[in-house]
Design a protein around this ligand. Structure first.
Ligand code: BG6
Length: 478
C-alpha cells in the first residue's frame, strides 16, 4: 500500500471522534494502513500535539470496537498524529499547513500522496477545496484525493455549483463522496448474495415481481442536530442519497461485475430509467410526514416542533414515502415503494421483494441490511396479521459472517487504496437530485400536505394508503 498523508479537516469534531479515529485505529490493528502513514488533524482551536493525541485516545476508548487495552499499540498508532490550527478562510494557514505536510513527508521520506478528508459542514467544502488548490497543497508528485461526506448540495442547482467549484481543484476520479450506506457490508454483498439466493430458489428468478419495498426506519429523533436537520429533512438527509443508492445497488445485477466503471454505468442507467414525477404524480405518489409526540419502547418522547432548536411552526419533514416506477420492459409493472423516517417504531433497514402470486400465500425475498443482516426467503399469508406471518415459512439463504465491521473502516480503506467502487459518483448524485428536485419544488409550493404521525408508529397512515391503492401493504409493520 502506498504511503499517505491523511489531512483531516474537522479533527476535533464529532464524526472524527465517533467514526474516523476508531476506523483508522481498527485499520491499524488489522495492518491495513500504509506502513508510512501520517495524519495531520486540523481544527480552529489551539491544541498541542500531545493534547490532540490524548483526545484521540479518549475517543478510541469510548468508540473503538477493538479493545484499547494495549497502551503500546495505541502509542504506536498515535505516533503518526500531528495537530495544526487552521481557520478555513485564512489563506496563510494553508501555507503553514503545506510546510508541516512537507516536513512530515521529508521526515518519513515518503512520496507526497495526500488525502484531504473534509469532516466539516458542507458549507465549507468549496472554500477548503479552493484553498487547497491555491496554496499548492494539491500540487503533488504522487496522488491527491478529496473525501467529502453527504449532503452534496442542498438541491440540484447548489449541487452542480458545488461540483463545479470542486472540479477546479480536483478531478472527478480524485473525489471520494462518502455515502456510508454504500459501506455497509450487506449493501456491498447484496448483488452477489441476491444472485446466489435467487439461484437457490431458481423458480423465483423467472417469476415476476409484484412490488419492491425499501424501508429505513429509525427510532432516533433529531437529537442535537436541529441546525442541520431542520433545513435538510428526511428527503435530503436520507432519501436523495442513502435510499436512492440502496435502490441502485439492489437493481444492478452484478454477477460478472469487474470494474468501478461498470458499476457506475449500471447505476446511472437505473437512475435514468426512473420515471420522473410530474406535479400530479407527486401529490399522489409522495407522502410527507413529521413526528408528533408519542411513545417509543416505553419511553415518552416529544414531537418534532418541541425538540430543542426547532421552530414551533417548523414545516420540515421527518418522514417521506414515495412510489417509484421504472421505465424498462422488465420493471415496468413493478412499483417500488421507498420510505424513511425518524421516531418510528423500530430501527430497521430492509428491502422486501414480493413476488406475484394468485393465491393468499405470498413469496417474499427479504434483505435485512441493519441492524440484523441476512437474506431470507419467506412464504406468508397475504394479510399482515402477526399470527399469519409467524406461521409462515422463513428460510435463511445467506448471511453475513463479519457483521461487526463499520462502514467507515471499509470506506476509508478503499479511499486509501484508490478504490472508488463504493463511493457516490457525481453522475449518480446529479441524477438523484434531478429526480428529487420536483418533489423539493412541490414541498416549497406546499403542494404536499405535511402529515403529523405519532412517534413510535410506522409513519402517517397515508403511507399505508400509498400501497393499499395498489392492493399491497408494507410487510412487517406490526
Ligand atoms: C445519516 C443521517 O446519514 O444516516 C442520519 O444523517 C441518520 O440522520 C443516519 O440517522 C442513519 O444511518 P444508519 O447507518 O444508522 O442507518
Amino acid at each position: 500500500m502506498e504511503p499517505a498523508t491523511f489531512v483531516l479537516f474537522g479533527a476535533t469534531g464529532d464524526l472524527a471522534k465517533r467514526k474516523i479515529y476508531p476506523a483508522l485505529f481498527q485499520l491499524f490493528v488489522d495492518q491495513k494502513l500504509p506502513s508510512s502513514f501520517s495524519l495531520i488533524g486540523l481544527g480552529r482551536r489551539e491544541l498541542s500535539h500531545e493534547t490532540f493525541k490524548s483526545n484521540v485516545e479518549q475517543s478510541l476508548i469510548t468508540f473503538s470496537r477493538s479493545e484499547v487495552k494495549d497502551a503500546d499499540v495505541v502509542k504506536k498508532f498515535l505516533r503518526a498524529f500531528r495537530y495544526h490550527v487552521l481557520d478555513v478562510d485564512r489563506k496563510e494557514d494553508y501555507t503553514k499547513l503545506l510546510r508541516l505536510v512537507e516536513e512530515r513527508e521529508e521526515e518519513l521520506n515518503i512520496t507526497p500522496n495526500r488525502m484531504f478528508y473534509l469532516s466539516v459542514g458542507p458549507e465549507f467544502f468549496e472554500t477548503i477545496a479552493t484553498n487547497i488548490h491555491e496554496s499548492g497543497l494539491g500540487s503533488v508528485d504522487g496522488w491527491k484525493r478529496l473525501v467529502i461526506e453527504k449532503p452534496f448540495g442542498h438541491d440540484l442547482e447548489s449541487a452542480r455549483q458545488l461540483n463545479h467549484t470542486l472540479n477546479q481543484a480536483f478531478d472527478e476520479p480524485e473525489i471520494y463522496r462518502i455515502d456510508h450506506y454504500l459501506g455497509k457490508p450487506m449493501v456491498q454483498q447484496m448483488g452477489q448474495l441476491l444472485h446466489s439466493a435467487l439461484w437457490e430458489q431458481a423458480d423465483l428468478r423467472t417469476r415476476s415481481i409484484a412490488n419492491i419495498q425499501i424501508s429505513a426506519n429509525e427510532t432516533l429523533g433529531v437529537e442535537e442536530r436541529a441546525g442541520y436537520y431542520d433545513h435538510t429533512g428526511a428527503i435530503r438527509d436520507m432519501f436523495q442519497n442513502h435510499m436512492l443508492q440502496l435502490l441502485m445497488m439492489l437493481m444492478i445485477e452484478l454477477p460478472n461485475r469487474s470494474s468501478v466503471d461498470e458499476v457506475g454505468k449500471l447505476k446511472r442507467k437505473i437512475m435514468k430509467s426512473l420515471m420522473s414525477l410530474n406535479k400530479m404524480d407527486i401529490t399522489q405518489h409522495v407522502v410527507r410526514g413529521q413526528y408528533g409526540a408519542g411513545e417509543i419502547k416505553g419511553e415518552q418522547v416529544v414531537g418534532y416542533t418541541d425538540e430543542l432548536g426547532i421552530a414551533v411552526d417548523s414545516q420540515n419533514d421527518t418522514f417521506i414515502a414515495a412510489k417509484l416506477r421504472v421505465d424498462d420492459p422488465f420493471w415496468k409493472d413493478t412499483p417500488i415503494y421507498i420510505r424513511t423516517g425518524k421516531r418510528l417504531k423500530e430501527k430497521v433497514t430492509r428491502i422486501v421483494i414480493e413476488y406475484k402470486s394468485k393465491g393468499p400465500l405470498k413469496d417474499l425475498l427479504i434483505v435485512e441490511i441493519g441492524p440484523n443482516e441476512g437474506i431470507f426467503f419467506q412464504r406468508s399469508q397475504s394479510d399482515k396479521e402477526r399470527s399469519d406471518v409467524e406461521m409462515s415459512v422463513r428460510s435463511q439463504l445467506s448471511f453475513m459472517k463479519e457483521s461487526v465491521k463499520d462502514a467507515y473502516e471499509t470506506l476509508i480503506h478503499d479511499a486509501l487504496v484508490g478504490d472508488k467502487t463504493y463511493f457516490a459518483h457525481w453522475d449518480e448524485v446529479e441524477l438523484s437530485w434531478e429526480w428529487v428536485q420536483p418533489i423539493l419544488d412541490a414541498y416549497q409550493d406546499t403542494l404536499i400536505p405535511l402529515h403529523i404521525y405519532s412517534a413510535g408508529s410506522y409513519g402517517p397512515h397515508e403511507a399505508d394508503e400509498l400501497l393499499a391503492r395498489d392492493g399491497f401493504h408494507w410487510w412487517f409493520d406490526f
